[in-house]
Design a protein around this ligand. Structure first.
Ligand SMILES: NC(=O)C1=CN([C@@H]2O[C@H](COP(=O)(O)OP(=O)(O)OC[C@H]3O[C@@H](n4cnc5c(N)ncnc54)[C@H](OP(=O)(O)O)[C@@H]3O)[C@@H](O)[C@H]2O)C=CC1
Ligand SMILES: CC(=O)N[C@@H](CCC(=O)OP(=O)(O)O)C(=O)O
Length: 341
């Protein structure tokens, strides 16, 4: 049995780690931290976990220095993670950081989009935690930078096309996200009357996930990314519509075959040749569903992806990465089907 700790376990991704790890047979949760709920039982803050035997003696601690585990999940905001991760690394622990702090090799790109001065990368192996593209690096890493939620759905939607070199450089992503993507603390943007019955575009041309998507796609081929997120009146899920422009003479069947081959051994990516992915198919699951593959008369190829932002977009992917780092079966604790309808 391995022991893990969750820093920031009062938040949404921390809670989701606890929900998913309840079904994981190879790890125990040894520590959960909170700056404000020190000493409280986990069921007090997360009543939906009540009755889970493995959590019956689990209490929040406010003292991060006490944390000692085989692996630490830092489910903390960007900026906060880089204050706490180096100490765990120095103490020899593996870390999976759910924030954006360690996703960029080029720190000037991070500083430009996050508007935060970066404190530097620890001198250990760091991997970008998208298993479908970086499995071998994740196996070797001491620190895994878990991808952003939008980048997960966007990158997986077009990776086969970029790698094959059959589309133009320009790629346009239009994404709709559930409100849980904004974290546990309510704001004016997430206030019910402002979200309900609306679809609100935000951070048009400036969202920090644009350079994250682009730098990952550039590792595969040519990519210039335009990205627009929209807040939708749903709790979970990200539906991404990717507009790409074919540069080679390929038909729909060839494209579907390319995706099926690219994701052939990937348990958590499901390619649909006919159906259009739906958020309810992936809700609560670690799947990224990909479909659409429609080509218009101008050579525009439209691909759709669907993920649950809290699972494949955050905590599920973090557990998938942990499974890879520990050499466990990659789907341990993660295999479930969607809550459809
Ligand atoms: N929500 C989502 O869908 C996704 C989120 N992410 C990223 O994952 C991380 C966590 O997100 P999420 O769970 O939604 O965020 P939340 O705001 O819901 O939770 C973050 C938690 O971190 C703790 N925290 C905040 N500041 C500090 C600090 N300085 N030191 C220690 N702990 C701190 C807080 O706990 P307390 O106040 O109790 O100490 C808080 O509950 C973020 O970086 C986010 O961008 C990534 C992908 C998807
Ligand atoms: C709805 C909403 O606000 N979503 C967040 C995405 C959260 C996330 O995954 O981003 P990082 O892990 O990169 O911080 C946003 O657009 O900023």
């Amino acid at each position: 049995m391995k022991e893990v700790a969750i820093i920031g376990a009062t938040g949404y991704t921390g809670a989701e780690l606890l929900r998913l790890l309840a079904n994981h047979d190879k790890v125990d949760v040894a520590y959960i931290t909170s700056r404000k709920e020190d000493g409280k039982h986990v069921f007090k803050i997360h009543p939906h976990l009540k009755g889970i035997e493995k959590y019956k003696d689990l209490y929040f601690t406010g003292d991060i220095d006490k944390v000692d585990a085989d692996l630490v999940f830092t489910a903390t905001p960007h900026g906060a993670s880089m204050d706490i991760v180096p100490d765990f690394i120095e103490r020899g622990m593996k870390v999976i950081d759910l924030s954006g702090d360690y996703r960029f090799e080029d720190l000037s790109l991070y500083e430009k989009y996050y508007k935060i001065k970066h404190k530097g990368l620890p001198n250990v192996k760091i991997a970008y935690g998208l298993p479908e593209l970086h499995r071998e690096e994740i196996k070797e890493a001491q620190l895994v930078a878990n991808p952003g939620c939008f980048p997960t759905g966007a990158i997986l939607a077009v990776a086969p096309l970029v790698k094959e070199g059959i589309i133009e450089e320009r790629i346009i992503f239009d994404s709709k996200t559930g409100v849980s993507g904004a974290g546990v603390n309510p704001t004016e943007t997430t206030h019910f009357p402002n979200v309900n019955e609306n679809i609100n575009p935000y951070k048009i041309t400036t969202h920090r996930h644009t350079p994250e998507i682009e730098k990952e796609l550039k590792k595969l081929g040519k990519a210039k990314v335009s990205f627009t997120p929209h807040l939708a009146p749903i709790t979970r899920g990200i539906l991404t519509t990717a507009h790409t422009f074919l540069s080679k003479d390929v038909d729909r069947e060839e494209i579907i075959k390319l995706y099926e081959k690219f994701y052939n051994n990937e348990i958590f990516v499901r390619v649909f040749s006919e159906e259009i992915p739906k958020l309810t198919w992936v809700r609560g699951t670690n799947f990224c569903d990909i479909g659409g593959f429609k080509i218009d008369e101008h050579g525009r190829l439209v691909v759709i992806s669907a993920i649950d932002n809290l699972v494949k977009g955050a905590s599920g992917q973090a557990i998938q990465n942990m499974n890879i780092m520990f050499g466990f079966d990659e789907k341990e604790g993660l295999f479930s089907v969607g809550l459809n309808p």
